[in-house]
Design a protein. Structure first.
Length: 160
């Protein structure tokens, strides 16, 4: 929840009741909160295209997973995203939320998700950019992985 305590200060209220000034959070948190706020006040509308570069920057691994879930929710709300990342965790969580698409909506909660978190596998594209300037389309690979349920660490796949 974002609260404005004065005209100049905006705080992020944590579950423990602590308040953290937005200016004291990581750049990634500030950017994602801005996206969330713009979506809440209908500044962003279904069909809008956003480019997000490395949302995992300066984030703890648990928060990287939260960012991936938020990205899924933004897509579920109708936004089109192009996201670049170096994070295994973000890519793995995206694969998890794609895998959720094969469950019924009332089963999401069993896994700690809600129905605005899953992604349709046919609406997600994954590309790997190699140092030698090759670009590989991993979209089908991601769809296949979500069918098997075995989600490897992406750095291991890249090494192979």
């Amino acid at each position: 929840m974002i609260r404005q305590s004065s005209i100049h200060r905006i705080f992020l209220e944590l579950e423990e009741g602590k308040k953290v000034p937005i200016r004291n959070t990581s750049a990634s948190i500030r950017e994602v909160l801005l996206l969330y706020f713009m979506l809440r006040v209908n500044y962003l509308k279904s069909g809008d295209l956003l480019f997000i570069e490395e949302p995992e920057t300066e984030l703890h691994p648990e928060k990287q997973i939260d960012i991936a879930r938020l990205l899924a929710k933004l897509v579920h709300a109708g936004l089109k995203l192009v996201v670049s990342t170096h994070s295994d965790l973000i890519l793995q969580e995206i694969i998890v939320v794609i895998a959720l698409s094969k469950f019924k909506s009332n089963e999401y909660e069993r896994f700690g998700y809600d129905e605005s978190t899953y992604l349709n596998p046919d609406e997600v594209a994954v590309y790997v950019f190699h140092r030698d300037v090759r670009i590989e389309d991993w979209s089908q690979y991601v769809r296949d992985v979500t069918k098997t349920g075995e989600i490897p660490y992406m750095t291991e796949v890249v090494k192979e």
